[in-house]
Design a protein around this ligand. Sequence first.
Ligand code: SAH
Ligand code: SF4
Ligand code: F3S
Length: 483
Amino acid sequence: MIYTDIDLDKVDINGKEPVKEPERQYYFMAMCREWVREKEKEAGRPLTYITQTFGCQMNAKDSEKLAGILEKVGFHETDTEEADFVAYNTCTVRENANTRVYGRLGYLNSLKRKNPNMMIALCGCMMQEDAVVEKIRKSYRFVDIIFGTHNIFKLAELIYSRLTSKGMIIDIWKDTDQIVEDLPSERKFKFKAGVNIMYGCNNFCSYCIVPYVRGRERSRNPEDIIKEIKELTADGVVEIMLLGQNVNSYGKTLNNPISFAELLKEIEKIEGLKRIRFMTSHPKDLSDSLIEVMKASKKICSHLHLPVQSGSSNVLKIMNRRYTKEDYLSLVDRIKTAMPDISLTTDIIVGFPGETEEDFLETLEVVKKVRYDSAYTFLYSKRSGTPAAQMEDQVDEAVAKERFDRLLKVIQEISGELTARHEGEIKEVLVEEVNEQNNTLLTGRLSNNILVHFTGTPDMIGSLIPVKLTECKGFYYIGEVAY
Ligand code: SAH
Ligand code: SF4
Ligand code: F3S
């Protein structure tokens, strides 16, 4: 499903390439399509592609943009890496994300030996690091195209460059203030979609590499966002996830500044749209007017992801999070007073440099006070170039691991109790898919993001169905349709 439809047949490919975007990319898409058609004839079969996402939801959204361009150019999606075009969209937020990419590259090389026409593209956050690009340039010569996070929209142009020149194409931009609209995007689900509202991050939390690899914060124009969501709903989408590293600071840098709360009010008015989600919220920028808007809304889901990172004000200060434990707890209080039933989830880092046992106990205390429906926990990972990587008192791995396990236990206990609180109730479920293990069951999500499995028919996929939550099984429910 490509939802920005461009008629490549109307693109003039005999003249010179346009300078202006997105017309320039339409031109290169049309050129690449000619090439794909020729290759298809030669091979006597369609050419295939696969995109692999290694990172977060923004990374996944970028992969959909890559897929949109590849589809438009004439490649057909496949689910194996034995494809004619393989794109790895990388992540570098923690060391293990990098390790996974290097691990898989060897395998790609063996596939390329069997299919020398195969094209391999590496892009995403890891490619914004000079040392990574250097390593690939030297030791992974079989890679065809390397690009970064700022020029995803140029994929067709980069493919064309590869076709018309010899050797690896490397195109990394340090930063950009450009936002190119009206390019194709291929959605994974028919009924739900991610929508970027902003790019980049200005917060520079001291452990985090994202601001270095994603550049400065820039917001999309509200009109472009609304237009995209209207096109999506016209195409069957009922749930959207608004994406940004810190959605609460949306709009501040626009020529006509508008707040995130105001944007949400506009999105709420879009007919056909049933559910609105967003991530991520930085606690320091979460306004009371956002709480008001969430409370009054019929469409915003009953879920807020509010990363705390640590419960210790000392650690938070060194992390450069710009809130204290007390600020965070009082914010949670205001949210829960306004919306007593809301599900809160969070991210926590364990073993940040200088974290003492006392600091860690404060994290446990916050977890017990807030009672998160679920939490993503991470062992601190040193990212070169970030201030925390230079800090002296790095925590011993074994100590961090032991804290991590204790934290996980507490989170899981609370999470189990909280999930069960809706047992017996009837709630709306957005049906997502036929259950993978048992095809008589459907799987969907509650407004608070919890999974429900129930007996139903595939035609229900994409609809909101009232379901009685008969039994809580820990992290999900078994239910039955309640008409
Ligand atoms: N913008 C979001 C988070 C993006 S990264 C926010 O501010 O909440 C997702 C999560 O990865 C972070 O919330 C943090 O918990 C974790 N993370 C980031 N850098 C990390 C590092 N160096 N080590 C371990 N976890 C990290
Ligand atoms: Fe990283 Fe902090 Fe920006 Fe989130 S807000 S992406 S944790 S620097
Ligand atoms: Fe990873 Fe980049 Fe997202 S580093 S977490 S893919 S912004």
